[in-house]
Design a protein around this ligand. Structure first.
Ligand code: ATR
Length: 272
């Protein structure tokens, strides 16, 4: 039985064990998946101990995604671009670091929400780890334009510089919230403002006709960002689908099998 864990601090709240248990049962994989609470100053030691016990892989959550990036002996391009690792795969002494958050977001938008990204105008709110983590997979879908808007505009400009090589034909630019004055097809909230029940100070005119507003956060109630967007005519979606899809991608990295996600998504929604 192959062993996997989610490592974090705290980790008790994580839905990953339930999600992966369901994936394993649905795809008949011989595996178990638990929680591993690592001390704040003991992430690397906890990982090494888990490897010594025969562990095959791990999800990494707050606050260890940067340490996981540093610990990995090899990184996928999407983990490199994200600058953070949420998925580790242990293989013959090697520690592969991957990041499935961005693909999870893109899969949820394109497949689950039926929203095609090619040639669209995207406004990405935030320039922290969550925003950086999804930039490469978004750019790979070849949008026409991607604007990064952040409270601290300099951080958004820094991200734009970092991703110049990967932008392809996409117009990639940065601004502060007040300077986001165009209309967009898709507005993604990657700030942590929702956690404080705050709203990035955005003009309602950013939501173009038939715009989708996506909040990476999720909860029993629509976030304040979703409420704002809906009140200005946007279609809204929260980040529960991203959670499920990043897990499915990690499962695929480990097991080479793609689990179905629709029923699990509905079950998780019903539990919120
Ligand atoms: P995460 O990993 O969640 O991205 P982070 O790296 O600390 O966390 O980044 C938090 C992001 O949310 C940043 O873009 C931050 O803006 P600043 O760069 O100006 O700090 C943004 N943010 C946090 N609280 C916010 C608020 N109340 N309103 C708007 N943006 C906020």
């Amino acid at each position: 039985t192959a062993a996997y864990v989610v490592i974090g601090n705290p980790v008790a709240h994580s839905k990953s064990p339930d999600i992966h248990a369901r994936f394993a049962a649905d795809t008949a994989q011989d595996m178990r998946y638990g929680r591993l609470l690592a001390p704040l100053d003991g992430f690397a030691a906890a990982v090494q101990e888990f490897i010594a016990q025969g562990g095959r892989g791990a999800n990494v959550t707050v606050p260890f995604k940067l340490e996981a990036y540093a610990l990995a002996t090899a990184l996928t391009p999407r983990a490199q671009a994200a600058g953070a690792v949420n998925t580790l795969k242990f293989d013959d002494g090697a520690i592969l670091g991957d990041n499935t958050d961005g693909v999870g977001l893109v899969t949820d938008i394109v497949r689950n929400a039926g929203f095609e990204l090619a040639h669209k105008k995207i406004l990405l709110l935030g320039a922290g780890g969550a925003a950086r983590g999804v930039l490469l997979p978004l750019l790979e879908r070849q949008p026409a334009q991607l604007t990064i808007a952040n409270r601290t505009a300099a951080k958004a400009r820094q991200l734009v510089q970092q991703f110049q090589q990967q932008r392809g034909g996409c117009l990639l630019n940065a601004c502060g919230f007040a300077e986001a004055t165009q209309q967009y097809d898709l507005v993604i909230n990657a700030t942590s403002a929702s956690l404080q029940a705050e709203l990035p100070p955005l003009a309602a005119s950013v939501f173009g006709p038939a715009a989708l507003a996506y909040d990476m956060m999720y909860g029993a109630q629509p976030t304040i960002f979703m409420q704002f967007a809906a009140s200005h005519g946007a279609r809204v979606r929260d980040g529960l689908g991203m959670l499920v899809e990043q897990a499915a991608e990690s499962f695929f990295v480990w097991r080479g099998v793609r689990p179905h996600t629709d029923e699990l998504f509905a079950a998780l929604r019903a539990q919120l």
